[in-house]
Design a protein around this ligand. Structure first.
Ligand SMILES: *Cc1c(COP(=O)(O)O)cnc(C)c1O
Length: 403
C-alpha cells in the first residue's frame, strides 16, 4: 500500500492569543479607522508601521490594504506615468503585472534563470532595448538574485528599483534584509504570506518624498501628521496638493492582528526553513528531478518549495501531479497552458504586449511548486518528500524504459 498524506496545504496556524485579544480590544472600543484616535492614542496602524520600519531598518513605512496596492502605490509614488515601460520578471504572480497595469504602465518581461531569479544579462539587454527606467523586481517564491550585481546594473543605467517582497518578508541577501536594496519595497500580509491579516500590505522606503506621496495616495487626507513612520510636515508641502487620494488604508483591527505576529516572525522563518530543508533533502538525487540550489549569500524563508522536471513532456508532468494528488500531495505546475488557481504564465496576461521569452518558457514547462504551511510537522515534510520522490522516480523510469 502506498502511503498517503492527509494534511491540508491551505491550513495556516491560528492568530496568536495576544493578537486575538488586541483585535477584540479594538472591536470593543470601536475605533477601527486608523485616524479615529482618542486623546493622545497612537493607534494600532501607526504603531505597526513603526514596528515594521524598525524590523526592516527602513526610515519610513506605510501599511495598506494589500501587497498589490502597495506595489501600484510605490510605482506611482516614484513617478511612473501612464505609458511608461516597467521591467519585471517573466515568472511571477498576477498581481505584479497587475500593479503595472494599475498605473497605466506597460510591462516588459525579463527572462528568469533555472535558479528562478531574474536573468541579469537579459535585464541589461532589455534595459537597453526598451529604454525602461523602472524595474518592479519580484523575489518570486522567495528566490533572491545577486542583489549587488542587480543594483550595479540598475544604478548604472538610471533604473529605479521597486522590490516585490511578498515572499521574502524576513529573508536577506548577504545579510541585508530583503527590501533594503531598491528605492522602495512592498510586502503582503495576505493569508498565504509570512504574516496573516487576511489581506494587507506594507510599503517601505528611505525617501521622504516617495513616502509623503505614498501616504497621500493611501488616503491620509490632511491627517498625515498622525503617522509615526512617515516624514515630517515639510515633506508634504507639495504632496498634499498634488497627490490624488486613492484610498487603500490599513485599519486598526488588522494592524492589531499583525502587531502580535511581528515579534514572532524570525522564529516562524526558522520553522519554515526546517521544513523546507527537510523536503529539499528528501528530494535531492531523485532521478529526473532538479532541486533549486540556494545561493550561499541568500538567507531564504522556505514558505514554499520549487523543483524542476527539466524537459519532461506535459503528459509526464501531469501524470506525476495527478498521482501525487491521489496520495494527498498538492503540486502546482507553472507550465500549464491555461491559468489555474494562483498560477499563471506571462502569456496569459493578455493586456500586456505579446513577448517571447524562450528561456523562461523552458523553465516554466518543468516548474513544480508546493506550499509549506507551518501546520505541517517535520515528519509530514519527510513523508511528502518521499511521496514526490517515489512518483517522480516511477514516472521517470517508465519513460526511460519506453525509450
Ligand atoms: C501575493 C503576492 C503579491 C500580492 O499580494 P496581495 O496582498 O495578494 O495583493 C505580490 N507578489 C507576489 C509574488 C505574491 O505572491
Amino acid at each position: 500500500m502506498d502511503e498517503r498524506f492527509t494534511g491540508s496545504f491551505t491550513q495556516q496556524e491560528p492568530i496568536p492569543d495576544d493578537g486575538i485579544a488586541a483585535a477584540v480590544e479594538v472591536m470593543r472600543h470601536g475605533r477601527l479607522h486608523r485616524y479615529n484616535l482618542a486623546g493622545d492614542e497612537k493607534g494600532e496602524a501607526a504603531l505597526l508601521e513603526q514596528d515594521f520600519a524598525a524590523f526592516t531598518g527602513a526610515k519610513y513605512c506605510l501599511a495598506v490594504t494589500s501587497g498589490g496596492y502597495a506595489m501600484a502605490c510605490a510605482l506611482r509614488a516614484v513617478g511612473v506615468a501612464p505609458g511608461d515601460k516597467v521591467l519585471s520578471n517573466a515568472f511571477t504572480l498576477a498581481p505584479v503585472p497587475g500593479a503595472i497595469a494599475n498605473v497605466g504602465a506597460v510591462p516588459v518581461f525579463v527572462e528568469v534563470t533555472e535558479g528562478l531569479v531574474l536573468d541579469l544579462d537579459d535585464l541589461r539587454a532589455k534595459i537597453a532595448e526598451s529604454g525602461a527606467r523602472y524595474l518592479l523586481l519580484s523575489h518570486m517564491r522567495g528566490h533572491i538574485c545577486d542583489m549587488d550585481a542587480l543594483m550595479a546594473i540598475c544604478d548604472g543605467a538610471g533604473v529605479t528599483v521597486i522590490e516585490d517582497c511578498a515572499h521574502t518578508m524576513g529573508a536577506a541577501w548577504d545579510g541585508v534584509p530583503s527590501g533594503r536594496h531598491g528605492k522602495a519595497a512592498c510586502y503582503s500580509t495576505q493569508t498565504y504570506k509570512h504574516m496573516n491579516s487576511g489581506e494587507g500590505g506594507f510599503l517601505i522606503t528611505d525617501d521622504a518624498d516617495v513616502m509623503a506621496r505614498a501616504v497621500m495616495l493611501s488616503g491620509s487626507y490632511m491627517l498625515f501628521g498622525r503617522h509615526l513612520a512617515a516624514p515630517g510636515p515639510e515633506a508634504f508641502a507639495d504632496a498634499r496638493y498634488e497627490t490624488p487620494n486613492m484610498s487603500g488604508r490599513m485599519d486598526n483591527l488588522r494592524a492589531a492582528i499583525l502587531r502580535s505576529q511581528l515579534p514572532r516572525l524570525a522564529e516562524q522563518c526558522a520553522r519554515w526553513n526546517e521544513r523546507y530543508f527537510e523536503i529539499e533533502n528528501g528530494l535531492r538525487d531523485t532521478p529526473g528531478l532538479t532541486v533549486i540550489e540556494r545561493p550561499d549569500r541568500e538567507t531564504p524563508v522556505g514558505s514554499s518549495i520549487q523543483f524542476l522536471l527539466r524537459d519532461w513532456s506535459a503528459d509526464d508532468v501531469l501524470a506525476v501531479v495527478s498521482r501525487c494528488a491521489e496520495r494527498g500531495v498538492e503540486l502546482k505546475w507553472f507550465g500549464a497552458a491555461e491559468p489555474v488557481a494562483f498560477t499563471s504564465r506571462y502569456d496569459s496576461w493578455r493586456y500586456a504586449k505579446p513577448q517571447h521569452l524562450p528561456a523562461t518558457d523552458r523553465v516554466l514547462a518543468g516548474l513544480m511548486d508546493m506550499r509549506i504551511p507551518l501546520t505541517f510537522s517535520r515528519e509530514d515534510c519527510a513523508l511528502i518528500a518521499s511521496i514526490i520522490r517515489q512518483e517522480v522516480t516511477r514516472q521517470f523510469q517508465s519513460v526511460s524504459a519506453a525509450v
